[in-house]
Design a protein. Structure first.
Length: 487
């Protein structure tokens, strides 16, 4: 899929053919371009511990909420798949890193499995084998001159912390997360970029709001949002205070979908802005500007009145807390996959997805839009727009794109669609950099390997590489020349 030469020279020459995609409704045009990226721009691939490592109970690792969720409810995952073995990266990490390096990548993103380090989640028993595993993995990344991008938390909370405290809805988690992070940061000196938490929106909205993913709880997404954002800030401040000589930068990583107003009516324009504030702003605003976004506060007050409730679901942030969170960034990590329409639906308080009800917005898509195998709609003008919005809303922060990518269902041997989508995404990022002057300094694709895609199991394939085990057990054939196989 990638020619090593492209990456090594850091010049990503895109298709000479110009593809103009016209979307019916509002006639957006997107033109693929063939520009090169700035000198020193990082290209890379992203992974996460739970999705690739396997070895779920090996060498002292404790149980986490995903182990628990899947083992207790196997039917909630497509084909009853589990991640007990996954890509077996715990044993094959050298091969993974070699594969990334062989593409000429200059950055590789991993995450730390908390229960490999602290099996119960708490301080107490520190598992040396776990620390050594990540130390060796990072040595391997650095050996190939790639930047090590390391996420401290990518969805896999220790089950003990869920059981004892209720997980991310309990403020006690803030200090516990700091204790865990301190141990990891102290030991892993060669990391170049730290990500505190991956996609707090997914953690809170789906893990503690709609209950679709582990730990499968409902109606507590706003308590979760506060604890998660305070935890991020506490780790950032601990890092800056206790490791003043470290050069590695630190940030949170937000899942940034684009929402386009469905019509040009002022209500739909406000609806699009509102859902952006609910999905991105609720985490970005406290860090980059201070406090909850105004649109979220207003809407939640309206919901309180509609529900005739004495207290709002949105917890208060005190002045001290606002100050504590504000400014806790060295850059902004962004994952971008999806574009959708937003339509005002603010009088409705029932019936649809929780995040839509919370925001008072009806989310739709256009049938002709491209979809990946998870059903997510991809529109490249949306990819450009979201970066412009981030730049304008948060005072032009430096941005590291930590995930973008395209999934298929593994029915074809060819990676033509992934190549087509990668070109379009990269064109959109290029436009954002050169036409909109967004300060993007790197882009890592999701993912290096076909891996365990949470509730979709192994049915959706995002990988640049696939694993023989998955091919044999899931598809019965090998991929051909465009992709790569690992043994
Ligand atoms: C992101 C998540 C990744 C991966 C990706 C593809 O939300 O951070 O772990 O699953 O989606 O669906």
């Amino acid at each position: 899929m990638f020619s090593a030469n492209d990456c090594i020279t850091n010049s990503w020459f895109l298709s000479i053919t110009t593809a103009v995609i016209i979307f019916c409704n509002l006639c957006y045009a997107f033109e693929e371009n063939n520009g090169s990226f700035p000198e020193g721009f990082f290209f890379g691939a992203s992974t996460s511990a739970y999705q690739i490592e396997g070895a779920w109970n090996i060498d002292g690792k404790g149980e986490n909420i995903w182990d628990h969720f899947i083992h207790e409810n196997p039917m909630r995952i497509v084909n009853n798949d589990n991640a007990d073995v996954a890509c077996d990266s715990y044993h094959k990490y050298k091969e993974d890193v070699f594969l990334a390096a062989s593409l000429g990548f200059s950055a590789y993103r991993i995450s730390i499995s908390w229960t490999r380090i602290l099996p119960s989640g708490y301080m107490g028993i520190v598992n040396e084998v776990g620390l050594k595993y990540y130390e060796d993995l990072i040595d391997e990344i650095v050996k190939y001159n790639m930047k090590a991008v390391v996420t401290l938390y990518h969805f896999d909370l220790p089950q003990q912390l869920q059981k004892d405290f209720g997980g991310w809805t309990n403020p006690k988690l803030i200090d516990i997360f700091v204790d865990y992070s301190r141990i990891v940061i102290e030991r892993l000196e060669k990391v170049d970029y730290w990500i505190t938490l991956n996609e707090p929106k997914v953690i809170c909205n789906y893990g503690y709001g709609s209950g679709e993913i582990a730990p499968g709880l409902k109606y507590q997404e706003f308590e979760c949002a506060k604890v998660v954002i305070m935890s991020h800030a506490a780790v950032y401040r601990m890092y800056k205070n206790e490791f003043p000589n470290r050069k590695a930068k630190m940030a949170i990583n937000l899942d940034c979908e684009w929402f386009e107003p469905k019509t040009t009516s002022s209500k739909d324009i406000a609806a699009a802005q509102r859902i952006l504030e609910f999905e991105i702003g609720i985490f970005a605003h406290p860090i980059f500007k201070g406090g909850w976004p105004k649109a979220v506060k207003e809407r939640m007050e309206k919901r309180r009145l509609m529900e005739n409730s004495a207290i709002s679901q949105l917890p208060k942030l005190t002045e001290k807390e606002i100050e504590f969170i504000n400014g806790t960034f060295d850059f902004l990590g962004v994952n971008h996959y999806v574009t959708q329409y937003a339509e005002d639906d603010s009088e409705n308080n029932v019936g649809r997805k929780r995040n839509e009800i919370n925001a008072g917005v009806l989310v739709t898509v256009d049938p002709p839009w491209n979809k990946n195998s998870l059903g997510s709609t991809v529109a490249m003008w949306g990819a450009r727009n979201v970066f412009k919005w981030l730049k304008e809303t948060y005072n032009n922060p430096e941005i590291f794109i930590c995930e973008y990518g395209y999934s298929d269902n593994g029915t074809t041997l060819e990676d033509n669609e992934r190549i087509r989508f990668s070109r379009m995404y990269l064109s959109a990022f290029h436009d954002a950099i050169y036409k909109d002057e967004v300060r993007i300094f790197g882009a890592m694709t999701w993912s290096l390997l076909d891996n365990f895609e949470w509730t979709s199991g192994y049915s959706s394939h995002f990988g640049l590489f696939t694993s023989i085990k998955m091919i044999l057990t899931k598809r019965g054939f090998r991929r051909s020349q465009h992709s790569f196989s690992r043994s």
